[in-house]
Design a protein around this ligand. Structure first.
Ligand code: ZN
Length: 702
């Protein structure tokens, strides 16, 4: 049957960017007059971006939108409303303080109608949603979720739209209420309302629509008549998972509400996670777009950033070139702690899908929120890190870093899954299990800390199993390591290739770059953040090749963007192109910290927090030293030397030592040896005393 339809909405080759990140890629879509068209896809597929672009809430970066043959690309939402387009947004976005009546009246604002007409339309809405009439003078916030959805739909219908955009109308509703909402959608459809419907529950969307477009990763992957898509065995397998063949609507999917749609695995051998840039100029253009977006997003979304930017006298409109970065104020780890528990939050709480925390020990932890896009971006560039290290979907990746609230395990895992390799999430420690899996599962890649790498290498050597394992690469992060240590790890494992991977919780987590396959630098993801090197004392910019503090500005991070964030990590920018041929810029491996923080067995510790704990123990003096050493087995040891207080008798040394050990173990989660010495035995200095003696790394780190 050839169908000739009168097209109301015609979208061609539409693209949308958020900052530096592209959300929609060449979308083509048609909605016929009177038709209900569904957009189906997993969270983050781009459905809402598309709807918002049609409503004029996102400005497209390319392509065209025609409404009834007229080009309306890039029109404002007010202009679109005046042309008869109404959006019923996801999450209702109701004015909760307003009554049902006031909310409905708002819906007709854009169309300017007489009082009599307003009354007439309101009666129409009550005919469709009788329950709203009973609730007419109640604040909308006091209604149930289903009733709020009805107010939202009623509000959109008050304008008698030619095109009704419905975004996730069943989201968060109990199944029975969702059924009711979808019954109303079908009624509207029968009454001739043209509807573009976004819905995660694929079965529901397909049964309520005439035709549908399936989206993934910002693209339309297929489209067609909904009833055909619903029963197409190939598509069912690819998009809908397993469900009963005969009655899809009543299937597990329909009943349970499908929220995750598994797409077919792409051809992993052909995919790449590298950026498309061919030149530095292209990369910089992308950075400028991302910088503009970030400053505006942070300014509009975060009270903290707004105050900070206002105080610095910078507005988002002032960012016109990358040089304007220098006008922006710095952000510090203290700012993050002060904002506890949701620091730098620049999106509504509802948009945050995950939290991670750093292993900080000074006061409050650093907790960082992530939107779905942040999580996706992180997985994407972590997959890139694996790709740069030559890991392929055929590899078996044994992940021996910490899982839990820390970013390490989550990052290594997500990147591995995104790449399509086999992930073996063992977690840290447990040497017996690690060795067993290295042999039995023939893992080809081991991800760990440097000291864990050395420990494992020695264990493999000691057990004489080097020829029974199949390890090709070790990817390690989170700790500084020396050249000799790297060499030893590589040799003991029988010649593995070693990659250092940097990262930082505030900047997503690990995987923000990786050691070059030519092994003389770290390539970092300049399409996700801008790296500056500053003098840690004066905060003046340093020229390339000079060591200084790494300061980062993110380009598309949503939940907690970073603007000139002081990482306190010491590195330098290595200028010029790399022999490996990538356009991505590079820095040296991290050499140390600009503050006194040190890392001990995976825990970040500031001497000041030891200071604070010791000062709370009566009988101890104010002088102390922290000695860090690494034994031949790669295990780190901490010796804490602390003085007795003036006049405290020597016989109390044991008791004081035990107490100090107990307090530090419980507060800092590391166990030091404690030596209590006599008052005045530790050296004094007029200037800042040296407290930290770290002999773990004795040779060059670069
Ligand atoms: Zn390189």
């Amino acid at each position: 049957m050839i169908e000739i339809k009168d097209i109301l909405l015609h979208i061609s080759n539409l693209t949308v960017h958020y900052g530096a990140a592209q959300a929609l890629f060449g979308i083509d879509l048609e909605v016929g007059k009177g038709e209900t068209v569904a957009l189906v896809g997993a969270n983050g597929a781009g459905k809402t971006s598309l709807l918002r672009a049609v409503m004029g809430l996102n400005r497209p970066s390319g392509g065209r939108i025609l409404l009834d043959g007229q080009d309306v690309t890039g029109r404002t939402s007010a202009a679109m409303a005046a042309r008869g387009v109404a959006l019923c947004p996801e999450g209702r976005e109701m004015f909760g303080d307003l009554t049902v009546k006031e909310n409905l009246e708002l819906g007709a604002m854009a169309v300017k109608i007489s009082h009599a007409e307003l009354k007439r339309r309101m009666e129409e809405i009550f005919a469709r949603f009788p329950r709203l009439k009973e609730r007419l003078h109640q604040p909308t916030a006091t209604l149930s979720g289903g009733e709020q959805q009805m107010v939202a739909m009623g509000r959109a219908l008050m304008a008698r739209p030619r095109l009704l955009l419905l975004d996730e109308p069943s989201l968060g509703l109990a199944p029975l209420i969702a059924d009711e909402v979808f019954d109303i959608i079908r009624q509207l459809s029968r009454a001739g309302v043209t509807i573009l419907l976004v819905e995660q529950n694929a079965a529901r969307a397909l049964t309520a629509s005439g035709s549908a477009y399936l989206m993934a990763n910002g693209r339309i992957v297929t489209s067609g008549r909904s009833e055909r898509l619903l029963v197409d065995p190939e598509l069912r397998r690819a998009f809908l998972g397993a469900a009963s063949e005969n009655n899809p609507a009543a299937s597990r999917l329909g009943g349970a509400g499908l929220t995750n749609i598994r797409l077919v695995k792409p051809d992993m051998s052909k995919q790449t996670f590298m950026p498309p840039f061919k030149s530095v100029a292209e990369l910089q253009a992308h950075q400028l777009q991302g910088l503009k977006w970030t400053v505006r997003h942070a300014y509009e979304g975060s009270g903290f950033y707004r105050a900070k930017l206002d105080a610095a006298g910078v507005s988002p409109d002032d960012i016109r070139s990358l040089d304007d970065l220098a006008r922006l104020p710095f952000t510090t780890p203290e700012d993050i702690r002060d904002g506890y528990p949701f620091p730098l939050r620049s999106v509504p709480y509802e948009q945050i899908v995950r939290l991670h925390a750093s292993t900080g020990t000074t006061g409050k932890r650093k907790i960082i929120g992530y939107t779905q896009k942040d999580v996706d971006d992180w997985a994407h560039f972590f997959a890139r890190a694996y790709e740069m290290a030559g890991v392929t979907p055929l590899d078996r990746v044994q992940i021996a870093v910490g899982y839990g609230v820390w970013t390490a395990g989550a990052g290594f895992q997500a990147g591995c899954e995104r790449l399509g390799a086999l992930a073996i999430p063992v977690g840290p420690g447990n040497v017996d299990l690690q060795c067993e899996f290295l042999m039995d599962l023939q893992s080809t890649v081991l991800c760990c800390t440097a000291s864990m790498g050395l420990l494992m290498a020695e264990e493999v050597n000691k057990r004489g199993i080097a020829d029974k394992i199949n390890l090709k690469k070790v990817i390690y992060g989170s700790e500084r390591s020396s050249v000799s240590m790297r060499k030893k790890i590589s040799e003991l494992f029988g010649g593995v290739e070693i990659f250092d991977i940097p990262g930082l919780t505030e900047l997503y987590g690990p995987g923000t770059g990786i050691e070059c396959p030519h092994h003389d630098c770290i390539h970092y993801w300049a399409d996700y953040y801008i790296l500056e090197i500053m003098d840690p004392d004066t905060l003046a910019p340093l020229p390339d090749n000079e060591w200084g503090e790494m300061v980062v500005t993110t380009l598309s991070k949503e939940a907690a963007p970073l603007i000139r964030y002081r990482t306190h990590d010491i590195t330098r920018i290595i200028p010029g192109p790399c022999t490996c041929g990538t356009v991505l810029p590079r820095h040296s491996r991290i050499r140390g910290r600009s503050d006194d923080m040190f890392k001990f067995r995976g825990v970040n510790i500031f001497p000041s927090s030891i200071d604070r704990l010791l000062s709370e123990i009566p009988g101890l003096g104010s002088e102390y030293q922290v000695h860090l050493a690494r034994d031949d087995h790669g295990r780190d040891h901490m010796l804490l030397k602390v003085e007795r207080g003036e006049g405290v008798e020597p016989g109390r040394a044991d008791e004081l030592g035990r107490e100090a050990r107990y307090v530090i173990k419980h507060k800092l989660l590391v166990t030091p040896e404690v030596e209590v010495v006599g008052y005045g035995e530790l050296p004094r200095s007029e200037r800042k005393s040296q407290r930290l003696f770290d002999t773990r790394i004795t040779d060059s780190v670069v």
